[in-house]
Design a protein around this ligand. Structure first.
Ligand code: PBG
Length: 337
C-alpha cells in the first residue's frame, strides 16, 4: 500500500462502509448469539435455597429445585448448555476429596434431575477435586503438600464415571494433571460411555482472576493463601499452551478450553489457528466481578461492555464462551441489542 499523497488524498475512505447500519451489517465479520454461550452455575444442597456471593453480585448458589428454574430460563433463552460447580458442605470435605466420587453426591443428583426435566439441555461437570478437599487443591497431596499427579488422575476417572452414570453430557477436567484426558476417556469407553464428551481445560493458567470463584465454591479459606503454580500454567507462557492442547487432543479431548478469557485472547487465537478444533474460553469470576463492579458504580455501561467482551472472544476464535453473563447476554441479544 502506498502512503497517501497530497494529490490523491484520501486514497480510500474506510468510513464509507461505516456510514450506515446496513453496510456495517453486511461487512460484519463476527457474530454472537445465544448458541455461543454456556452458563456456569453454583449449586448447594437443600431445598428452595439460594445464597448470594459477595464478590459476584447477581450470581447465586442454587439448590437443585432452584437450579431447575434457572435451567428453564436457559432453555427459553436458547442457551445450549450449563456447567455445574458445587459448593460442598464443609463437613463433607476431606484431604482426599472422596465426596467427589459419591454417586449420591450433590453433583450427580443435580445432573440426574436436570437431564430428567430438560433432556435437550447440555450438562457439563468439572473433573477436579478442589470443591471437595479440605486444602482446596484440585488433587490429593503428599506429606509435603505437593499435588500427586497419578493418584489424583485415578480419582478423576472415578469422578467422571459417577457423573457419566448420572447422565452428564460433557466431562470437563479442570485440574491440569498430566495424562488425565486419556485416562478419563479410557474409563468412560470401558464402561460404554462412548458418547460422553470431554471438554478439556487444556490451557488453564495459574490466575489471580479465579478469586471470586473460590469464594463461590468455598475453597478460599481451605486454600489459605496457597497457590496452584505447580499444576496450572505460568501466565508468561504461550508456546506451552500449544503443547498442552496438542497433548489433550492426542489423548482424546473433543473440545479444548482457554482460561481465563480477556487477558488471554492471544492464546485463544493461537489455539484456534493452530488446531482448528472446537475451542472454548472461560470468562472467569474475576472478569465478571470487574465488569459488574464498574457497571454498578456507573463507570461502565454494562450491556454494551459485556456484549463487547463476548464478541471479542468470538473474534479471537472462540466457538463458545463460559460466562456468568450468559442469561443476561442472551436476553439482550434477543432484544436485538
Ligand atoms: C477449579 C476451577 C476453578 C475455576 C473453575 N474450576 C478455580 C481454580 O482453578 O482455582 C475458576 C472459574 C472462575 O474463576 O470463574 N478446578
Amino acid at each position: 500500500m502506498n502512503a497517501p499523497t497530497l494529490g490523491s488524498y484520501p486514497q480510500k475512505r474506510m468510513r464509507r462502509m461505516r456510514h450506515d447500519e446496513f453496510s456495517r451489517r453486511i461487512m460484519r465479520e463476527t457474530h454472537l448469539s445465544a448458541d455461543h454461550l454456556i452458563l456456569p452455575v453454583f449449586i448447594i444442597d437443600g431445598k428452595n435455597k439460594t445464597q448470594v456471593i459477595a464478590s459476584m453480585p447477581g450470581v447465586k448458589r442454587h439448590s437443585i429445585d432452584q437450579l431447575l428454574l434457572l435451567a428453564a430460563k436457559c432453555v427459553k433463552a436458547g442457551i445450549p448448555a450449563l456447567a455445574l460447580f458445587p459448593a460442598i458442605e464443609p463437613h463433607l470435605k476431606t484431604p482426599d476429596g472422596k465426596e467427589a466420587v459419591n454417586p449420591r453426591g450433590l453433583i450427580p443428583r443435580a445432573v440426574a434431575s436436570l437431564k430428567k426435566h430438560f433432556p435437550a439441555l447440555g450438562v457439563i461437570t468439572d473433573a477436579a477435586l478442589d470443591p471437595y478437599t479440605t486444602h482446596g487443591h484440585d488433587g490429593v497431596l503428599d506429606a509435603r503438600g505437593y499435588v500427586l499427579n497419578d493418584k489424583t488422575v485415578a480419582v478423576l476417572q472415578k469422578q467422571a464415571l459417577v457423573c457419566a452414570r448420572a447422565g452428564v453430557d460433557i466431562v470437563a477436567p479442570s485440574d491440569m494433571m498430566d495424562g488425565r484426558v486419556g485416562l478419563i476417556r479410557k474409563a468412560l469407553d470401558e464402561k460404554g460411555f462412548i458418547n460422553t464428551r470431554i471438554l478439556s481445560y487444556a490451557a488453564k493458567y495459574a490466575s489471580g482472576f479465579y478469586g471470586p470463584f473460590r469464594e463461590a465454591v468455598g475453597s478460599t479459606k481451605n486454600l489459605a493463601g496457597g497457590d496452584k503454580y505447580t499444576y496450572q500454567m505460568d501466565p508468561a507462557n504461550a508456546q506451552e499452551a500449544i503443547h498442552e492442547v496438542a497433548l489433550d487432543l492426542a489423548e482424546g479431548a473433543d473440545m479444548v478450553m482457554v482460561k481465563p478469557g480477556l487477558p488471554y485472547l492471544d492464546i485463544v487465537r493461537l489455539v484456534k489457528q493452530t488446531f482448528k478444533v472446537p475451542t472454548y474460553v472461560y470468562q472467569v469470576s474475576g472478569e465478571y466481578a470487574m465488569l459488574k463492579a464498574a457497571a454498578q458504580n456507573g463507570w461502565l455501561e454494562e450491556k454494551r461492555c459485556v456484549l463487547e467482551s463476548l464478541l471479542a472472544f468470538r473474534r479471537a476464535g472462540a466457538d463458545g464462551i463460559l460466562t456468568y453473563f450468559a442469561l443476561e447476554a442472551a436476553g439482550w441479544l434477543q432484544e436485538g441489542a
